[in-house]
Write a protein that binds this ligand. Structure first.
Ligand code: ADP
Length: 665
């Protein structure tokens, strides 16, 4: 009891001490305890730090309920630094604890409890100053983390002054550029810049000085080894506390591998494009010269050759050398100054079908230069070291020729390029085979046309003579029977003449020599004449004319137009054997006159309609007694086309057909 009274007295003594010591507006947290550990006073800063206001005289040791060691283990309040100071009577220095506030926020604290004694040396309490290290620690940790990031980054991170002096240099910079930190710091950044890019630094510094950032600038920097590295560079200004720009930080990423991959992809895409368009062009092409030129051009581009050529596996007119067919990348004159490919061991390899020959330096090849009288490259020959020759074979296996690619530097052609040229040479072979076949067909066809033209011409003269003689004979004959026979003969000869005329027309059309003689005439008269002619030549059908107009003045070849109407009427009668009526329709449509010939015959299946205007086409399965050559409609179409008109058919099988043609007025 006595002891407690004494303590109470002591506490009152410390009251004035605390009042004097603690200033509420002191930014530092301070509190006091009596000798028993009860909090006797605290300032605002302390309450803020604890996140609560302790009860004076009731809370013990510390204003916070939860404190921890730096390792995060809970620290009992009576073992806190203040408690130890009061228990042991000594100040605790240099310790750090974690204080957790009721709101969960943790503070990193350095407490400094100092014991206080009365003049008799008796412990009367203690004053504790709490230094909040939270921000300082966080800043430090941030710095350490940043340093760790910088040092473990794969990107080179460098800082420099505005004068271009290197101030920091991370591990990746060391690895990328080959200079150690000691070798780089204090040195000018220009040591990394290839001489031809030095002006980039002025631009970068100019931008940085204005506070601008540079993002992902793709450039080249030079390593200590002299190797050039493709980098993507980002540069940002570094500012001091006052916001003044004092330097720049650079992040350089080595994009060499990326660039190589990108270059490769771009090259592949470009190659693919060339190959695709080449395939399309040569598969649609039937002209041998143009196929070979395209193939030579494409392979020259794809291989990066300086010159490319296709040589036929045949000797030229002088019998001296293989026949040069197409050239690419080099003017023809370059080859004209000297003898072309001679039968040397090098070229023989290709022409004899031994396969592809790709050599980095042809002048070092054992086949090269040992072929008397050809000692090597003739004077004035294009300088060729890199050499790639690919045979082009026909489907029969026969070597048609070879693609020869050359470059004045050695080792220019890769396996990848060799494979490309090989693939193209296969395509070329197929295209050449097709073109050859096509040319053979064209050749045969023109021979056939020539024959038809010649034969019909030859037939025409005797037919004309026969007709004349028959007419004379008709006049001389007196018996009726003979006269009838002669008339029948004249009829048949007329039919034959008309067939021969049609054949002759076909050959004229094919040769582009069908001539039109245009004049102004009344189309209606021509139509009526044609109707009369056909009406008089048969009795089975009645031909009915249905017209909107009475006269139609046109400028055309009247004979050809009459021939056209007669052809359509003949067909209408011929292909409607069981019908009795054929109609001719004449109407005007804007600036065109439309003429239709309608029958009630067998009609034409829709899928055959597009073929009937082609040469020698006749529909299969039609009554075999209906004769014809399949050229009438072909001539009709040519006549209408040549008059800038149109011809078509509207037909339903079993119901009949209407053949229409238009002529511009
Ligand atoms: P051709 O009558 O000598 O065979 P064309 O060139 O005049 O030759 O006609 C081509 C083919 O078109 C004929 O063989 C026939 O099959 C068909 N054709 C032409 N006109 C008619 C028609 N009016 N009705 C049905 N088929 C027709």
């Amino acid at each position: 009891m006595r002891e407690e009274n004494q303590l109470l007295k002591d506490r009152s003594k410390t009251d004035h001490l605390s009042a004097a010591l603690i200033l509420d507006d002191l930014p530092l947290a301070v509190y006091t305890c009596d000798a028993l550990g009860y909090i006797t006073s605290y300032n605002e800063a302390a309450a803020e730090l604890w996140g609560r206001k302790p009860e004076i005289g009731k809370d013990l040791w510390c204003g916070s309920w939860k404190i921890f060691t730096l390792l995060g283990e809970p620290l009992p309040l009576d073992a806190c630094p203040m408690a130890r100071t009061l228990k042991e009577g000594v100040a605790v220095k240099g310790e750090e604890i974690i204080v957790e506030r009721p709101d969960g926020i943790r503070k990193h604290i350095s407490p400094n409890p100092v014991p206080k004694f009365d003049p008799d040396g008796k412990l009367i309490g203690a004053v504790n100053t709490l230094i909040d290290l939270t921000q300082q620690i966080a800043a430090y940790e941030k710095q350490v983390t940043l340093a760790a990031i910088v040092n473990t980054s794969d990107d080179a991170i460098i800082s420099k002054t505005l004068q271009g002096t290197i101030t920091t240099w991370n591990k990746a910079a060391e690895k990328m550029f080959g200079y150690t930190e000691e070798e780089a710091i204090g040195k000018p950044i220009t040591m990394l810049i290839p001489p031809d890019r030095l002006q980039e630094e002025d631009i970068i510094i100019g931008n940085i000085s204005k506070g601008n950032k540079i993002d992902h600038f793709e450039t080249i920097r030079r390593a200590k080894s002299g190797e050039d590295i493709h980098i993507s560079l980002s540069v940002s200004p570094i500012k001091d506390r006052n916001g003044n720009i004092i330097g720049a930080s650079k992040i350089a990423r080595d994009v060499s591998a990326l660039k190589t991959a990108l270059d490769k992809t771009t090259r592949y895409a470009k190659n693919l494009e060339i190959i695709n368009s080449l395939s399309q062009e040569i598969s649609e092409n039937l002209d041998i010269k143009s196929i070979l030129q395209k193939v030579t051009d494409a392979t020259t581009i794809l291989t990066g050759a300086q010159s490319g050529a296709f040589f036929y596996n045949a000797f030229n007119a002088n019998g001296e050398s293989y026949e040069l067919y197409t050239l690419s990348g080099t003017p023809k004159e370059a080859f004209e100054k000297f003898g072309l490919l001679s039968n040397t061991a090098v070229f023989n390899h290709t022409f004899s079908g031994l396969g592809i020959l790709r050599v980095d330096d042809i002048t070092k090849d054992e086949r090269y230069g040992n072929n008397r009288p050809y000692p090597g490259m003739p004077q004035g020959h294009l300088p060729v070291l890199s050499y790639l020759a690919v045979p082009v074979k026909a489907s029969t296996g026969e070597v048609i020729g070879g693609l020869f690619l050359g470059h004045p530097e050695q080792g220019k052609f890769t396996e990848e390029q060799e494979n490309l040229v090989k693939a193209i040479s296969f395509q070329a072979s197929v295209a050449l085979d097709n073109a050859k076949l096509y040319n053979e067909i064209v050749d045969l066809n023109s021979k056939k046309d020539e024959f038809i033209g010649m034969a019909s011409h030859e037939l025409k003269t005797p037919l004309t003579s026969i007709t004349c003689y028959l007419q004379v004979l008709h006049r001389l004959e007196t018996t009726e029977k003979s006269k009838t026979f002669i008339s029948k003969m004249v009829q048949q000869v007329k039919k034959l003449s008309s067939l021969v005329s049609d054949l002759l027309d076909v050959s004229k059309i094919e040769a582009g020599k069908l001539q039109l003689v245009k004049r102004d005439f009344d189309l209606m008269t021509i139509i009526e004449d044609a109707i009369e002619l056909i009406q008089n030549s048969q009795t089975s059908h009645n031909i009915v004319l249905k017209k909107d107009l009475n006269t139609i003045s046109v400028n055309a070849d009247s004979q050809r137009i009459e021939q056209l109407v007669i052809n359509l009427l003949t067909n209408a009668v011929k292909y409607s054997p069981s019908a009795q009526i054929v109609e001719v329709l004449v109407t005007r449509h804007d600036d065109n006159i439309n003429i239709g010939v309608r029958d009630q015959g067998m009609g034409i299946p829709i899928e055959k309609q597009k073929h009937i205007f082609t040469r020698f086409y006749r529909i299969d399965g039609v009554n075999p007694s209906i004769s014809g050559l399949g050229i009438g409609l072909y001539i009709c179409k040519e006549v209408v086309d040549r008059h800038n008109g149109k011809i078509w058919v509207e037909s339903t099988p079993g119901q009949g057909s209407t053949f229409w043609f238009t002529l511009p007025l």
